[in-house]
Write a new protein. Sequence first.
Length: 323
Amino acid sequence: MNLVLWLLLGLVALVAGAELVVRQGSALAARFGVSPLVVGMTVVSLGTSLPELAIGLNAAQQGNAGLAVGAIVGTNLVNILLILGLSAVIRPIAFEARTLRVDAPVMTGAALLLLVLAIDGDLTTGDALWLCAYGVAYVGVIVVLARRDSRRPAPPDPGSGPAEVAAGGTRPVALQVLLLVVGLAVIVVGAEYLVDGAAGIAGQLGASDALIGLTVVAIGTSAPELVTTLVSTMRGDRSLALGNLLGSSVFNIALILGPTVLVAPAAVPVPDDILAVDLILMVATAVVCIPVFRTRRRLGRVEGAVFVAVYVAYLTWLLTTRL
């Protein structure tokens, strides 16, 4: 099948799947009084991270370290700089207190942990266990906070209307869960189509595995987060969108890269160029988010535009120096 057709099919599936996930995720949150931020950080984040897991496991088993590690680092850069930046450009993002106290610091901690573990040039089974433990601990924190939130009515997300609440109250729970799962499945399939087509085109150009991981695979597997976030932004479900991005950034490092290293036949080497530049940029981005998020407790259009500009400059540098 034509590679361009694979790309188009992937994009169509991503849009349809993201719409289902956003609608049903918001409706379930309204029904059970759970914050959309929690829904975004658990079900949606894990679901939209499945393409990274599938690609990482396959790459690790084949001994393709550049693709496996590059995809995770590149995806997190896309999530924060490009997707979060675009979302803020469309509509400024106001942060909840919990995001500032817990979620953003945890994301930054995951990035720092990966840098510390990878600084010696490879990721071992012991390193993978540390990453997995960090991810499990984060899930535990989310569960505790979700139980606390469920004891009191969750405030309506800005922009969510009566129709959404009504939908949450009239459809059977089983049907809503089924539609949510279907949406996630469609997203995963769409991402696979998109990445297969894009990787095939990149491969024909003779690009390195690390470069493909940082660009084509990273952008392709970030498409679920991109579409879900933009759809959420346009519909006004900002908490779900933000939770999806921050949650995915943590899970990509802890519960995607961790298991990927565990199944690898040997220690996974971290390519020198990724360690010297790309991983450092990912950590710097996560660290910068803390003061930026705390400034006026929002991410405005100007800050969002700066995030996008930094990613465009980085991508341009990648293509001009490593292609």
